[in-house]
Design a binder for this molecule. Structure first.
Ligand code: SAH
Ligand code: SF4
Ligand code: F3S
Length: 491
């Protein structure tokens, strides 16, 4: 099962989980340099941009060169054991560097900092500073404290913090696509998941600041925004609840309750040529109203990441997902009815959850056949300390079995992805160019509305162009197209 050993395919977006660095060196004349490396989901990557902004205000430019760094931050993920192991290896490496540069501060941020709190600072002594996801405003103080050789830790979880007023410094940006955090935390208690413990209670960000950020990005030439939250469908902002009720309404100020469907609509109206995506939708919360809003606007992408986790109702109950197989399939039916066959649907799947039988595993495979996911992020279960599953259920599926089941899920997904891609052959689609092809410098890479990667010949095209293409070939993971029209009037 060597095949599986290195497969830690990651979710919406634990994309590029390996190494995300501040490759862009900012030289705005600040005295000191901070190096940031991030792991985990898109929300964590988005947090690193907030951290960079806070540090910039306090005299630090980002650097991609470890040797130049006065401060190293590792923004970490706890979702699976492997994610934490990777971080530990990096910390050992950084401590090696520190021997030659004792003045350097090494800080751990994010979910692993929140989960382990003092442990890395006091017991293991491999970091100088520990800061949880809701305490980044305190970073400049804490760095100063660490520089004095004192204990620097803040893992306070807030009920209000959304960093709504902080304008993120875009790191590793292609200048075309950007993420906008619309909420933080998670109030669901999926039994396998560490996120509610590392990110705290769910809270929604002020819609005015979200819209201001979207408008600002459009003004700077960005063409696509992705609205981020662990469970975007439960976005809810009301002036009263959020303690923002003002007696005198300012013009343009949002005073009514805003749901996710409302927010999506407002963002879509920023400009008809600004593509809007979002992640992650929860099967229990996604409403028909949201689906109709997606349909109503050409610039809201026809793609939904709807993690199922398992195709078996008993396992879903143990997972505390609060929906069953029937409910999930009904939601997929609604997507197909309202948004049609071409709407992209993807999923997250966990193989070998506690007590999962062979038949229950087969239910996951059969559900995949029914839904026909375009792609999926697939994992085997990794027990996380402190979660409900760790407390209540034995992690009793042998590793080899978990890996075998995962391999079957991956194999099934690959067949279905290929099948779905073949349906696109001969079709015309609009893609947004966002980078070069990994395989050839003469080709460019874009994505269609359904979030599939399409490779096209690069001649005459540039980043940020919308291109009408005809799909000519496909592999399980990629579509290939020919260019029909550059920057058509509608997308
Ligand atoms: N909020 C999102 C998921 C965030 S975590 C949602 O509810 O769908 C991303 C994915 O990691 C999850 O969907 C799940 O498939 C996977 N995951 C979370 N905890 C895990 C664990 N303990 N072991 C294996 N995979 C896990
Ligand atoms: Fe974790 Fe469930 Fe919340 Fe997703 S919805 S972050 S899986 S607890
Ligand atoms: Fe994200 Fe990992 Fe934390 S997936 S929320 S960085 S545990």
């Amino acid at each position: 099962m060597d095949l599986i050993k290195d497969i830690d395919i990651v979710s919406p977006a634990e994309v590029q989980a390996c190494d995300f660095k501040t490759t862009e060196d900012q030289n705005t004349g600040k005295e000191k340099k901070v190096y940031i490396e991030s792991y985990g989901c898109q929300m964590n990557f988005s947090d690193s941009e907030i951290v960079a902004s806070i540090m910039k205000e306090n005299g630090y430019d980002t650097t991609s060169d470890l040797k130049k760094a006065d401060v190293i931050f590792l923004n970490t993920c706890s979702i699976r054991e492997k994610a934490e192991q990777t971080v530990r290896n990096r910390l050992n490496h950084f401590n090696g560097l520190k021997r030659n540069k004792p003045g350097m501060t090494i800080g751990i941020l994010g979910c692993m900092a929140e989960r382990l709190k003092e442990k890395l600072l006091e017991e293991e002594k491999i970091v100088d500073l520990v800061v949880g996801p809701d305490a980044y405003r305190d970073l400049p103080n804490l760095v100063a404290t660490a520089e004095e050789g004192l204990k620097a830790i803040n893992t306070f979880l807030s009920r209000e913090e959304t960093y709504g007023d902080i304008s993120p410094v875009r790191l590793n940006s292609n200048g075309v696509s950007a993420f906008i955090s619309i909420m933080r935390g998670c109030d669901n208690m999926c039994s396998f998941c560490v996120v509610p413990f590392t990110r705290g209670r769910e809270r929604s960000r002020d819609p005015e600041s979200i819209l201001a950020e979207a408008r600002d990005l459009w003004g700077k030439g960005y063409k696509e925004v992705t609205l981020l939250g662990q469970n975007v469908d439960s976005y809810k902002w009301s002036p009263e609840e959020n303690n923002k009720a003002r007696l005198n309404k300012k013009e343009g100020e949002v005073t009514e309750v805003i749901t996710f469907a409302n927010l999506l609509e407002h963002v879509a109206q920023v400009n008809p040529l600004l593509r809007v995506r979002f992640s992650t939708s929860h099967p229990k919360d996604i409403t028909d109203e949201v689906l109709h809003t997606i349909k109503k606007y050409d610039n809201i992408c026809k793609y939904i990441h709807l993690p199922v986790q398992s195709g078996n109702s008993r396992v879903l109950e143990l997972m505390n997902r609060t929906y069953d197989r029937g409910w999930y399939l009904d939601r997929v039916k609604a997507i197909r009815k309202i948004l049609g066959e071409e709407c992209g649907i993807s999923s997250d799947m966990i193989a070998g959850f506690c007590s999962e039988t062979v038949d229950e595993h087969q239910d996951t495979l059969s559900l995949m056949e029914l839904v026909k996911y375009d792609f999926s992020y697939m994992f085997y279960y990794s027990e996380r300390p402190g979660t409900l599953a760790a407390k209540k259920y034995a992690d009793d599926i042998p590793l080899e079995t978990k890996k075998r089941r995962l391999a079957e899920i991956i194999e099934k997904q690959s067949q279905i992805s290929h099948e779905r891609n073949r349906l696109d052959l001969g079709k015309e689609q609009i893609i947004l160019i966002e980078g070069t092809s990994k395989k050839s410098a003469n080709e460019l890479r874009g994505r269609n509305s359904a979030n599939k990667v399409v490779i096209v010949p690069g001649e005459g095209l540039k980043l940020g162009d919308y291109v009408r293409v005809k799909i000519t070939e496909c592999s399980p993971a990629t579509l290939f197209g020919e260019v029909l029209e550059i920057n058509p009037s509608t997308i």
